[in-house]
Design a protein around this ligand. Structure first.
Ligand SMILES: CC(C)(COP(=O)(O)OP(=O)(O)OC[C@H]1O[C@@H](n2cnc3c(N)ncnc32)[C@H](O)[C@@H]1OP(=O)(O)O)[C@@H](O)C(=O)NCCC(=O)NCCS
Length: 163
């Protein structure tokens, strides 16, 4: 199946909401606010990057970046990332990840942080770093991809991304 990855454009908001809602449905970490995170980040001026995968004119995947901080280091937080259930397992999530990390690398921050299953994200180089502290829920799922030295200190995410 042919698809392309592109920057979100006006009119994508509902489709992005739908992709996240369908992908996260029934997951143990599902939160009712997940589908609206991207639009709320956008409204707040905190959406650094929002990419979609499009096939046949339909949005089938998405990934977003927003500002974060670890200790004194400026980071980017990657999430949500989602692919429609019918299109999962075909490399689209990896492709979205690759594009988002490419942008992150030239963005001028110290690395990327996310919360998710280490079994999936370790393939992209994400790792757990013990010197990162986090007060909220899900500390065990925090992983980073530092572009230089490992970060240390408290992680702060955009409040919309705090479970
Ligand atoms: C995670 C997600 C974005 C990956 O997109 P995708 O297009 O399916 O990913 P790819 O096809 O590039 O990679 C698929 C691989 O990831 C694995 N995988 C996907 N989700 C995984 C998870 N939660 N834990 C472990 N492995 C996972 C698949 O088993 C597959 O492994 P393989 O390459 O060894 O066969 C997509 O599966 C999704 O939307 N999942 C539901 C929402 C979600 O979990 N989002 C992340 C929240 S932290």
């Amino acid at each position: 199946m042919k698809y392309k990855i592109r920057q979100e454009k006006e009119g994508d908001a509902a489709a992005i909401r739908d992709v996240v809602a369908q992908a996260f449905k029934g997951k143990s970490f599902e939160d009712p606010d997940d589908p609206v995170i991207v639009e709320r980040l956008r409204d707040d001026g905190s959406l650094v990057l929002s990419l979609v995968a499009e096939a046949g004119g339909e949005v089938i995947g998405q990934v977003a970046l927003s500002p974060a901080k670890i200790g004194d280091s400026p980071y980017l937080c990657l999430g949500p990332i989602a692919v429609l259930p019918g299109h999962q397992g075909k490399g689209i999530g990896s492709d979205l990840m690759g594009h988002a990390l490419g942008v992150a690398r030239v963005y001028g921050r110290d690395g990327v942080v996310l919360m998710g299953d280490p079994k999936y994200y370790s393939r992209f180089g994400f790792k757990r770093v013990a010197a990162i502290t986090y007060e909220g829920e899900g500390a065990d799922y925090i992983q980073v991809l530092p572009f230089g030295a490992d970060p240390s200190g408290p992680l702060s995410l955009h409040p919309l991304l705090t479970p």
